[in-house]
Design a protein around this ligand. Structure first.
Ligand SMILES: C[S@@+](CC[C@H](N)C(=O)[O-])C[C@H]1O[C@@H](n2cnc3c(N)ncnc32)[C@H](O)[C@@H]1O
Length: 229
């Protein structure tokens, strides 16, 4: 099965906002049904007229960054796995690539002060509107339209990420530089190469991994003898 096999619950986000997985035909404008996605339609009304002129204005560098990590919402099981791994934790949580905010909402409901960083402004608007309609205060959940690679994460002691295999190594380097010693990092589906796991929950596409930054740092400083050359 490909890494980006669709999750089961794509339900509450319009199909046309989803970046298609490589080599699969993606959803088309108009795939949405108005009855199912009425709240979203109140926020954005996509204008597909004059598409050619609109495409001329696309920032290709921005597009290539986004394309590296496509939008794919966490499945219910995956979100539950994240919550299991967060048990016993508290404080500030950053979700890197927050999508429609589902991990942020799950974590904020158990007391974390969450920030969802997301580069796609449609998804940021959607997540903010969900927070508004659910009455979630900004002290519990905020959504920031920001490139995670340009965001300093030093004030977060919990980080969640569901990104892509190709970015895990460089993300690991960034987190090791920035996170406090007591931080916990949770990655959905894609493990960090060469990081010792604290624990893992689930299997297959829903497998989720937890890492303690202090243990990762000491492991990398003093690698087990068998790994030394
Ligand atoms: C696989 S989706 C996960 C969405 C959400 N966290 C969830 O679990 O449902 C990855 C998300 O990362 C976002 N993303 C990709 N590159 C990003 C970047 N450089 N900065 C912030 N968000 C980014 C994408 O737009 C997409 O919404």
């Amino acid at each position: 099965m490909p890494d980006y096999a669709p999750a089961q619950n794509l339900g509450d986000i319009p199909a046309w906002t989803q970046v298609p997985p490589p080599s699969q035909p993606g959803p088309q404008p108009g795939d949405d049904t108005p009855q199912e996605h009425a709240p979203m339609e109140m926020i954005i009304a996509p204008d597909f007229s004059n598409l050619e002129a609109q495409l001329d204005n696309v920032d290709l560098l921005h597009m290539s960054t986004v394309a590296q990590v496509p939008y794919l919402p966490s499945s219910k099981d995956q979100a539950q796995n994240v919550m299991k791994l967060l048990e016993g934790r508290r404080g500030r949580l950053a979700d890197l690539g927050a999508g429609d905010g589902r991990l942020v909402f799950a974590a904020s409901s158990v007391g974390f002060q969450c920030t969802g960083f997301e580069i796609n402004s449609v998804l940021v608007a959607y997540a903010r509107s969900k927070a508004y309609w659910r009455g979630i205060p900004s002290s519990q959940a905020v959504f920031v339209k920001k490139d995670l690679w340009k965001t300093d994460l030093c004030s977060y002691n919990n980080v969640t990420a569901f990104l892509a295999p190709g970015v895990m190594e460089v993300l690991g380097e960034k987190l090791l530089k920035e996170l406090p010693q007591d931080a916990l990092v949770i990655s959905c589906r894609f493990p960090f190469p060469n990081w010792p796991q604290k624990s893992t929950v689930g299997s297959g596409l829903d497998q989720t991994f937890a890492y303690e930054i202090s243990s990762v740092r000491s492991h990398l400083r003093n690698p087990p003898k068998t790994e030394m050359k």
